[in-house]
Design a protein around this ligand. Structure first.
Ligand SMILES: Nc1ncnc2c1ncn2[C@@H]1O[C@H](COP(=O)(O)OP(=O)(O)OP(=O)(O)O)[C@@H](O)[C@H]1O
Ligand SMILES: [Mg+2]
Length: 364
């Protein structure tokens, strides 16, 4: 499934601009980004529900720009499961197959298979109103599965469920996809959902893909400030700073720049330092690799049980550190945290791009 140079415009406004993306066979690709970034629009272009302003969409080797939605061999699951309320679960599951005049035996076999796979076998004679939210969502999945499509499209299918059920269904969908191996494009605005479900993630912002990679690549090496700020809970800490003789001077403190980056950062360069909360530790001994202290004045402490979040100020910046539990930072007092320098991210303040130690591209 491939987007090549795809634009989507409404009037003069680009909603999607020059989208290039190759979804691999059998892959679970997650499109994630904030509200309005163009996720649903991208999905609807694959489904054929939205006209393409420029470029091509291909499923397999076939360009489908002019292929009718029903002939594209895709199945889409929406946020509101859109079940037929007057039909039983069985009738809901088989509806699409009846429309396509699938032979009876084949239809029954596929419904039985999907019901078995989704744990719906005992519910086939119920109406949607007699089901829980999770069961309804499973019926919606079942309707997609019975089609045996080449591609599954999911548009925020879990957002109507409560938090606990969402976590459970997240794993169920992932398990299901691993079993069926059907190429899947899954849209969500929830970065945790994206990280946990995707074999690869495409982070979108303002109609453009900002970064494409495995969840770990995106977390460890965000390519720009947007991706860095979007992925991670609590979010990465950011400190505007100016380079001066191998150090980054932020307001109220200064940190050494990792030596691999130093050649790329002449004095006077304005940067944004990015430090993930878990890359701050309470002592030099606990730091992995080279480290430097960050003077912190604590204002809030949040015990999570398995970790302790400490919020405070370093100079003029606010900081969150994620520490091991059973420590005792006191509100109003100083509690220095140590920055693991090799894990510090550096972004060019002007371009908002990551400064790469090994990349010849960024600076002369
Ligand atoms: N028919 C339309 N006419 C004009 N603008 C539209 C139309 N449909 C969508 N848009 C705009 O296109 C942009 C992308 O919309 P889209 O629905 O793809 O966002 P999304 O990423 O799915 O957001 P959400 O997470 O809120 O569902 C939005 O700014 C939206 O206002
Ligand atoms: Mg949407």
């Amino acid at each position: 499934m491939t987007f090549r140079g795809v634009d989507k415009k409404y009037g003069d406004v680009f909603v999607i601009e020059d989208l290039n993306l190759n979804v691999l066979d059998e892959e679970f690709l997650v499109l994630v980004g904030p509200s309005g970034c163009g996720k649903t629009t991208a999905l609807r272009m694959i489904a054929g529900l939205e006209e393409i302003s420029r470029g091509t969409v291909a499923i397999g080797d076939r360009v489908v720009n002019d292929v009718a939605p029903k002939d594209r061999d895709i199945a889409m699951v929406f946020q509101n499961y859109a079940l037929y309320p007057h039909m039983t679960v069985r009738e809901n599951l088989e509806f699409g197959l009846r429309m396509r005049r699938t032979p009876d035996a084949e239809r029954e076999a596929r419904v039985a298979e999907a019901a078995e796979l989704l744990g719906l076998a005992s519910l086939l004679d119920r109406k949607p109103a007699q089901l829980s939210g999770g069961q309804r969502q499973r019926v919606a999945l079942g309707r997609a599965i019975v089609r045996h499509p080449a591609v599954f499209l999911f548009d925020e299918p879990l957002s109507n469920l409560d938090a606990k059920l969402r976590v459970q269904m997240r794993a169920e969908i992932k398990r299901l996809q691993q079993r069926l191996k059907t190429t899947t494009v899954y849209v969500t605005h929830d970065q945790v959902e994206a990280m946990t479900m995707g074999s690869r993630i495409a982070v979108m912002h303002r109609g453009k893909i900002q970064q494409l990679g495995t969840p770990q690549e995106i977390y460890d090496r965000p390519e720009n400030l947007f991706v860095a700020s979007f992925v991670g809970t609590p979010p990465m800490n950011f400190f505007p700073a100016t380079l001066d003789d191998g150090h980054a001077a932020a307001s109220g403190f200064s940190l050494p720049i990792p030596s691999a980056l130093a050649p790329r950062l002449p004095g006077g360069t304005k940067v944004i330092l990015g430090i993930r909360p878990e890359d701050l530790v309470p002592s030099r001994e606990e730091a992995r690799g080279q480290s430097a202290p960050l003077p912190l004045v604590v204002d809030v402490v949040e015990p999570l049980g398995d970790a302790l979040l400490v919020h405070g100020r370093a100079g003029e910046a606010t900081v969150v550190g994620k520490l091991e539990p059973h420590q005792n930072p006191r509100v109003g007092e100083r509690f220095d945290l140590w920055v693991e320098l090799e894990r510090m991210h550096v972004f060019d303040a002007a371009t908002e791009e990551r400064v790469k130690g090994d990349s010849p591209r960024l600076r002369e």
